[in-house]
Unconditional design. Sequence first.
Length: 338
Amino acid sequence: MAILRPDATTTFGGVTVNEYLLTKHNPNRIDMPSVSMAGKIIGVTVHNTDWITVASGTTPAEQYTRATVNNNMKDVRVHYYVDNVCAWQNLPHSLSGWHAADGSGNGNRRTIAIECIMSSAYNSTDKKSEDNAAKLAAALLKQYGLDINHLYTHTHWLNVRDGRNGTIDQLNTMYNRYKMCPAYILPHWAEFKKKVQSYLNAGTFTISAPSTKQLYRVRKSWTDTKSQLGAYSSLENAQKACKVGYSVFDASGSEVYTNGGKFTKGQKVAIRANTPLFASAETTSVTRRISGTYYLYDGIACKNGRYRITTKPEFCGKTPVGQYVTGYVSWDNFGVIG
């Protein structure tokens, strides 16, 4: 794939931001998040990903965006990649990401993700990447009326997921055996926070040029224009209008949300990594976390968008239920569906 060309380039908080939304560009039909964050954003989550050497005429942030489009980033979906030159925006703020490894937790579902591209050398290039990440984080916090206490690390959400207690900063920096992230910023997290705070104190942030307005259309399929129920500038409003059997499509025709009612008994589903499994449709307690291939026990949507799953196609619909149903999973954790 050739070097990507952004749909729009703006300056936000002093950082050049190249917009290339996966909701508009998904030629390889990679799996995409579908949960709306509109009106629900509680903060910004900072990550580190490793520095890479790239060809002339591009930057690491563009390369990571291109790798995502090519499905080489597995299940990672973030809002921004930031390097020493610029940022590339991959997701609209209205759409949740896959980055915090907390399943349906607040990390994935309610924070904007920044991947800061750095190395362990912590040289001048790394420090410029970090500075751009701090500027972008400050601008995002300011945009949503949030203060420095709404700046999180990836490790924070892992500790919350694992049931640990503490202040925000204790959870931000507390050791977690699964992952310590952002790996290159965590050793001086207090200094990074001070930098973000200094940019917050600097004044109001503006976007130099607005992106083209997005319209979300509710249809049975993209090509079935006669089935359209409406077109909405808000993804959240489009989702509310989306009836069983319908989906929400962005301006490029990519499906960004679907009503779970289209699933059927015996349907094979690929459960994404670290997906929470529940013992019922109502409980908030996670039984365990699963991934891999399962089958829909009866294809009937339960409360909270959950479906009963089982391990073998011949188990679908069999009784007693307790013997054959593995548990309940929210449909938005289904990956490639067979």
